[in-house]
Write a protein that binds this ligand. Structure first.
Ligand code: ZN
Length: 275
């Protein structure tokens, strides 16, 4: 059973119902100790104000989500995208998040060479490392499900994330976020999580609904789908991960329609019974 002191609820889980102050109040009211902030919401409310309200309420941060999308084949576009990541790293440092969730970027119709897109992503990350080090925020490479490879991320597996980490050789600052929704299907997942070991800085849970209606915005509550979450949790813990279990549910048709206290109540129940 998960100790609720290890529970983090990602801000996106209550994206539609709550402003940042309402969200922080809901966490505090329900005794949830930690969150991962959604960048758009932080920018909307203000970085300094967000940092203050989170700290004043004693809420810890498990991450800052997200930035990246640096795979453009156009040099200027790619440089601008890297600058945007640097700004996001600064914001993550300001709100005292330990890591920035990094989404690599997809394939550009102007350039259908996926190997090149992946190479540009790795080179781009290498350029971001000095800035990440200077602000003390880890870049958390988050593999995403291959169904969104075209639009969001050419980084599709934990194996690839490990390969990129090997190439980058910056174990102090480049890490891996394991999102169960993105990697549960992978036949190599157990070996690659073991290989990742201490690189794992973040563990995200939700469920894959058997009748999913939308690849991004129809994530399920833990226990409602087909992912063996306890098995994945055992794998990351066997690899040495003992940090927060972060609930991250994008759910247009269901959980975004519900009362925040009801959603948090179900989460607290499910992390104990289904994770
Ligand atoms: Zn995630």
């Amino acid at each position: 059973m998960l100790d609720l002191r290890r529970l983090s609820i990602h801000q996106v889980t209550l994206l539609r119902q709550c402003t940042t102050p309402q969200f922080v109040a809901a966490l505090t009211r329900n005794g949830v100790p930690c969150t991962s902030l959604w960048r758009d919401k932080t920018l909307e409310y203000g970085v300094e104000k967000t940092a203050r309200i989170v700290a004043d309420n004693g809420i810890a941060l498990s991450g800052y989500c997200f930035a990246g999308l640096i795979t453009s084949p156009d040099r200027d576009e790619a440089a601008k995208a890297r600058d945007e990541v640097r700004r996001a790293l600064d914001e993550a440092a300001a709100v005292k998040a330990p890591c920035l969730v990094f989404v690599a970027g997809g394939i550009d119709p102007r350039d259908k060479n996926i190997a090149d897109a992946r190479a540009r992503a790795v080179d781009g990350i290498a350029e971001l490392i000095p800035h990440a080090r200077s602000v003390g925020v880890r870049i958390a490479l988050e593999p995403l499900h291959p169904m969104i490879c075209a639009t969001r991320s050419v980084l599709s597996t934990v194996k690839l994330a490990n390969d990129w980490c090997d190439r980058l050789g910056a174990e102090d600052i480049v890490a891996i976020a394991v999102d169960t929704y993105a990697v549960w299907w992978d036949p190599e997942i157990e070996d690659e999580i073991a290989r990742a070991g201490k690189r794992i800085c973040s563990f995200h849970v939700s469920d894959w609904l058997a009748d999913t209606q939308d690849l991004r915005l129809d994530r399920g509550m833990m226990g409602d789908g087909v992912i063996d979450l306890p098995a994945l949790r055992r794998m990351v813990e066997a690899a040495g991960y003992d940090g927060y279990v972060e609930v991250e549910i994008f759910s247009q048709r269901n959980w975004w329609q519900r009362d925040p206290d009801e959603v948090i109540g179900v989460i607290k129940d499910r992390v104990r019974t289904a994770v």
